[in-house]
Design a protein around this ligand. Structure first.
Ligand SMILES: [Zn+2]
Length: 328
């Protein structure tokens, strides 16, 4: 009996405390300088890229997210939730992150755990989930053979059960057994997905240095997709290089949350492994310094894409503007 009251009171206390901090924008920065990174760009010397691979990248936006200032400070605008579809001449369609689910369009932040709701807001619109947008572009979800998740937070896995014939990839160390809604996961959805599909953990123990990173795996063995061990945002989180005909691009996932984050030493209160997050940030900064030609797509931001890049298609560019997501 007392235990029940105690739990209820504790929850009430946490909620009140959370509301207080939210209201007052109470924030302490988590400044971590991180290690210096060797000024060297590694390539897979034993396996040069196959120039005959003609990949194409489609970029979609599935909605917007806003993180409370308690976690990220005062600069906390609504940010996009992009997803990516790669067309591969041999391996069909490959999805990297699937963004927000159609449930978010219906229920907004009510899809989140009541406590998570104090710290996150999320918003989408009907038919703007990835599978719906793909169908409109005649990229059929049933033709997706591989889905690669940067990590398993709710805003990166939405509606991914639509890819019914796919094999799913996650980074080594991803904890599939201890996901809770309070920490931004969807354990029931994931349990079904894991039950119904082949799941593969990318094994970085055989990884080699690539670009400015220590552990990389050539996912398909043809140099087209290079997975990078991250582990900064979450244990098991990854990034992905895509070797497009007009040049490499880097899909950072939440190893670089957005450009403001990348340009600041404050790793904020959003990563599970803050020290590692700072190291990954420094490695991505070194990548940018050594190879400014490589386009970086952060997890929740949108880079400038040169007009001559016909290998990158931004589907529905209007959805990358603020006006496309009216809140009421
Ligand atoms: Zn995210």
């Amino acid at each position: 009996m007392f235990k029940k009251y105690f739990v209820k009171l504790s929850v009430l206390f946490i909620v009140l405390l959370g509301s207080f901090f939210l209201f007052h924008g109470f924030y302490f920065a988590v400044n971590i300088k991180g290690p210096a990174i060797e000024k060297k760009f590694y390539t897979f010397n034993n396996k040069p890229f196959n120039d005959s691979i003609k990949l194409k990248l489609h970029v979609y936006n599935t909605g917007i997210n806003k993180v409370a200032s308690l976690l990220v400070g005062d600069k906390n605008p609504w940010r996009p939730v992009p997803t990516f579809v790669i067309e591969h001449p041999k391996y069909g369609l490959i999805v990297f992150d699937s963004g927000l689910s159609s449930k978010v369009a219906l229920m907004g932040k009510k899809t989140l755990h009541p406590i998570t709701r104090l710290l996150f807001n999320t918003h989408s619109l009907k038919s703007k989930d990835l599978p719906s947008q793909m169908v409109q572009d005649s990229l059929l979800p049933i033709k997706v053979e591989r889905v690669i998740f940067s990590h398993l937070h709710f805003d990166h896995i939405g509606n991914s059960d639509a890819f019914s014939k796919a094999t799913y990839y996650v980074g080594q160390g991803t904890d599939l057994d201890n996901m809770t809604r309070m920490e931004g996961f969807e354990p029931d959805f994931m349990a079904k997905l894991i039950h119904n599909h082949a799941f593969k953990e990318i094994d970085f123990s055989v990884g080699k240095p690539f670009a400015t990173f220590e552990k990389a795996v050539d996912l398909l063995g043809d140099g087209g997709l290079i997975a990078i061990q991250g582990n900064g945002h979450l244990t098991g989180s990854i990034s992905l290089f895509v070797n497009l005909p007009q040049g490499l691009i880097f899909l950072a996932g939440d190893e670089a949350v957005h450009f403001d984050w990348l340009n600041n030493d404050d790793v904020q209160k959003i990563s599970k492994n803050p020290k590692r997050a700072a190291e990954m940030r420094n490695r991505i900064r070194m990548l940018r310094e050594l190879r400014p030609d490589i386009i970086i797509f952060p997890g929740h931001d949108f880079p400038k894409i040169p007009l001559n890049r016909t290998d990158i298609v931004v589907n529905n560019p209007i959805l990358f503007t603020k006006e496309a997501w009216p809140l009421n």
